[in-house]
Design a protein around this ligand. Structure first.
Ligand code: NAP
Length: 303
C-alpha cells in the first residue's frame, strides 16, 4: 500500500505552524500579514478558489481582502488598482485570480504586480530568479508540492524526477525547484511534454513522477516504476451524474491502478490542490517576514 500524500492534512499542519508564527509577530506588536486577491467576473471555479484562499487567510491569522470587480472593467482600471496596491505598504501580497476576461491581457496584469508582492510567483523576475537559483518568490503550485513532499519526509536529493508538462505555472518551475542547488532540491530532472518521444521510457525511470497535463487518467500503472513517488497535479472536471454538482475532479493519474505500484501518491482531490493555497500562504508569510526584517513594517502604536 502506498503512503497517501494527503495535501489537506499536510496543509492543516503547515498552516497551524504558520498561525503560530503570526501570533508571535502579533505578540511583538506587528500587524498581521495582508494578502489581497483580485477576482474579476463570476467564473464559478475562480470564485471557489478565491473563497478558499480567503478562508486560509482567516484560519492562519492573515488579513485577507478580496476585491471583486465586474467582468466588464477595463484593463486600465485593473492596472491602476494593481499599481495602487503595489504602493500600499499595508499590503504584503497580491494575486489576481486567472483566467481573466478575454479583453484583459493576463501577461500585462501579471507583469504589473510588483515582484516582491507577487505571491503567486508568476512574474518574469521571479521566474528568472528561480531559474538562476537566487532568492525570489516561488510559483505557488510547485512550491506547495515541495512543501508536501518535505512534510512526508520524501528525500529528493539525487533522485531522478520526471515531470510531465512544461507549463509556466506548474511543469517548468517544478523542474527548476526539484533540480535547484538548494536545501530541498538537488534532484536530477527530466522534463517531458507533448513532443517527447517514447514517453514511457522516461516515466519508467522516475523515482519521483510529477504529472501536470490536464489529461484525466493519462498515467497508467504500466508507466510507473515500482516504488515511485507519484504526484498528480491534474484537476479536470468530468461529468458524474452521481454527484450533486453533476461533475467530479479527476487527476492525470489512474489512481486505482497506480496506487498499488507506487510507494507514495497524491490523491485528487485533497492532494496538490490544498498545497497550492498553502504555498501561496507561505509565500505571503515569507515576503511579510522579509519586510519586518528590513524594518519596512512598523510596530503598531499602543491603543
Ligand atoms: P497546460 O498549460 O495545459 O500544460 C499542459 C502540459 O502538458 C503542456 O506542457 C503539454 O505539452 C503537456 N502535454 C499535453 N499532452 C501531453 C502528452 N500527451 N504527453 C506529454 N505531455 C503532454 O496545463 P497546466 O496549467 O500546467 O495544468 C496541468 C493540469 O494541472 C491541469 O489539469 C490543471 O487544472 C492542473 N492544475 C492544478 C493545480 C492545483 O492547484 N491542483 C494548479 C495548476 C494546474 P506542450 O507544452 O508540448 O503543449
Amino acid at each position: 500500500m502506498a503512503l497517501i500524500l494527503n495535501g489537506a492534512d499536510a496543509s492543516v499542519a503547515i498552516r497551524t505552524a504558520m498561525a503560530g508564527e503570526v501570533a508571535n509577530f502579533d505578540a511583538q506588536g506587528y500587524r498581521a500579514p495582508h494578502l489581497v486577491a483580485i477576482l474579476v467576473g463570476t467564473d464559478g471555479g475562480s470564485m471557489t478558489y478565491v473563497g478558499a484562499k480567503k478562508k486560509a487567510c482567516d484560519d492562519i491569522g492573515f488579513t485577507g481582502t478580496v476585491l471583486h470587480f465586474e467582468a466588464d472593467i477595463t484593463e486600465e482600471f485593473l492596472l491602476n488598482e494593481i499599481n495602487r496596491i503595489n504602493q500600499d505598504p499595508s499590503i504584503d501580497g497580491l494575486i489576481v485570480q486567472l483566467p481573466l476576461p478575454k479583453h484583459i491581457s493576463e501577461e500585462k496584469v501579471t507583469e504589473a504586480i510588483l515582484p516582491e508582492k507577487d505571491v503567486d510567483g508568476f512574474h518574469d523576475i521571479n521566474m528568472g530568479r528561480l531559474a538562476k537559483g537566487s532568492d525570489g518568490v516561488k510559483p505557488a503550485t510547485p512550491y506547495g508540492i515541495t512543501l508536501l513532499l518535505k512534510h512526508y519526509g520524501i528525500d529528493i536529493a539525487g533522485k531522478h524526477a520526471v515531470v510531465l508538462g512544461r507549463s509556466n505555472i506548474v511543469g517548468r518551475p517544478m523542474s527548476m525547484l526539484l533540480s535547484a542547488a538548494a536545501d530541498y532540491g538537488n534532484a536530477t530532472v527530466t522534463l517531458c511534454h507533448s513532443r517527447t518521444q517514447n514517453l514511457k521510457d522516461y516515466t519508467l525511470q522516475a523515482d519521483i513522477l510529477v504529472v501536470a497535463l490536464g489529461k484525466p487518467g493519462f498515467v497508467t500503472a504500466d508507466m510507473v516504476k515500482p516504488g515511485a513517488v507519484v504526484v498528480d497535479v491534474g484537476t479536470t472536471r468530468v461529468d458524474d451524474a452521481t454527484k450533486k454538482a453533476g461533475w467530479k475532479l479527476m487527476g492525470d493519474v489512474d489512481y486505482a491502478a497506480v496506487e498499488p505500484v507506487a510507494s507514495a501518491i497524491t490523491p485528487v482531490p485533497k492532494g496538490v490542490g490544498p498545497m497550492t493555497i498553502t504555498g501561496l500562504m507561505m509565500n505571503t508569510l515569507v515576503v511579510y517576514k522579509k519586510s519586518v526584517e528590513a524594518g519596512k513594517i512598523a510596530k503598531k502604536s499602543p491603543a
